[in-house]
Design a binder for this molecule. Structure first.
Ligand code: KG4
Ligand code: ZN
Length: 341
């Protein structure tokens, strides 16, 4: 079963061809980074216009690289939620037209579930596990029962972790995208130059929640209060920020592992590329940690085609009146577990 996957939810125009939900035949990602860099952030109007220009050549390249024609495709999967609505609409409209023209089903896929599926494209992973989804728009700790059954345990109460990297980087002009720039800069820095604060753990149902606005604010507006080293460099600031940003996340993640007894973690999303998260998690010897390769961490069509293949296997498809949704409401917290603290 061959699925064409299309991803245009943010600033990457991507198309991929995946066989049987697993084998990547092609994965073309046209990144718009250079077009948004001068604004230090994604400009939605620019993003959707570029998707409109790029979608056809990107899909053609994906088919060509995979060595397949339109007649070989069994279904089209496309990100329909969440994301920038104008950008989503480009991919969704294209996917509908392609599917209609080819007389094959199309499937609207949830971008968040697809990020968690990304690691399955390269690894045999048993369910259930603890999922850690960290991107520019989301920070989610969850229990993943299967590709479509995800129970949210914790999420951010304000900024997403990638958003905090992006905003701090934007403020100091460290580079764009912020996460990549800070990760790189931090390599030459002293991570104890600043003692930035992290939020306290919440109690009860919110004990896996994270918060990044305090850290972001400290790193942008209150550096003098938390500076412990004389004459710190930008690299020191980046390293100190990154240490705390990763620490906030891993403290809750550890708690989720200990409370559930699930000794397997699958990470996904752009921030999964972060070298400090990877290095720290590598020391958790009692837990199996699975990361996608770097290309599958950030937005890509392969994760959409892969997850689409799983739905198709089950006989699912979407109706043509499916609309794009900027947010998802299906991610309600539904994980009351007995152990509190
Ligand atoms: O998953 P993604 O490509 O798009 C969203 O769905 O948001 O993630 C993009 C985010 C951005 O915030 C970017 O700064 C962050 O991932 N990112 C990183 C790294 N590489 C990308 N954050 C920290 N360290 C990195 N190495
Ligand atoms: Zn994403």
């Amino acid at each position: 079963m061959i699925v064409l996957g299309i991803e245009t939810s943010c600033d990457d125009s991507s198309a991929a061809v995946v066989k049987d939900g697993r084998e990547i035949l092609s994965n073309v990602v046209a990144t718009q980074i250079d077009y948004h860099r001068m604004y230090n952030g994604v400009v939605p109007e620019i993003a959707s216009r570029l998707h409109t220009e790029w979608i056809l050549p990107v899909v053609n390249e994906a088919l060509e690289t995979a060595g397949v024609g339109v007649g070989d495709i069994d279904a089209v999967a496309v990100t329909s939620r969440p994301g920038l609505v104008g950008s989503l609409l480009v991919g969704l409209s294209f996917a509908k037209a392609f599917a209609y023209g080819a007389g094959i089903p199309f499937l609207g896929v949830n971008h968040i579930k697809a990020h968690l599926y990304a690691a399955h494209l390269e690894n045999d992973i048993e369910y259930p596990y603890i999922g850690l989804l960290v991107s520019g728009g989301h920070t989610i700790i969850c229990r993943v029962n299967n590709f479509d059954d995800i129970e949210i345990m914790g999420t951010t109460i304000d900024d997403a972790v990638g958003e905090a990297f992006d905003k701090v980087s934007k403020f100091y002009d460290f580079g764009y995208p912020g996460g990549v720039a800070i990760d790189e800069l931090a390599k030459g820095g002293d991570d104890s130059a600043y003692k930035f604060p992290g939020p306290n753990l919440h109690k009860g149902d919110h004990r896996y929640d994270v918060s990044y606005s305090g850290l972001k604010n400290a790193a942008i507006n209150q550096t003098h209060q938390f500076q412990v080293k004389e004459n710190p460099t930008p690299a020191d600031l980046a390293a100190s920020f990154q240490r705390v940003a990763v620490g906030i996340l891993l403290k809750r993640l550890r708690k989720a592992v200990d409370d559930t007894g699930l000794k397997r973690i699958v990470v996904g999303g752009g921030v999964a590329a972060n070298s400090r998260i990877r290095a720290e998690l590598a020391t958790w010897k009692d837990t199996q940690i699975i990361f996608p390769s770097l290309k599958l961490c950030t937005d890509n069509g392969a994760m959409i085609a892969g997850l689409g293949g799983k739905y198709l296997e089950r006989g699912d498809y979407s109706e043509y009146d499916l609309n794009a949704k900027p947010r998802v409401s299906s991610f309600r917290r539904k994980y009351p577990i007995s152990k509190q603290g």
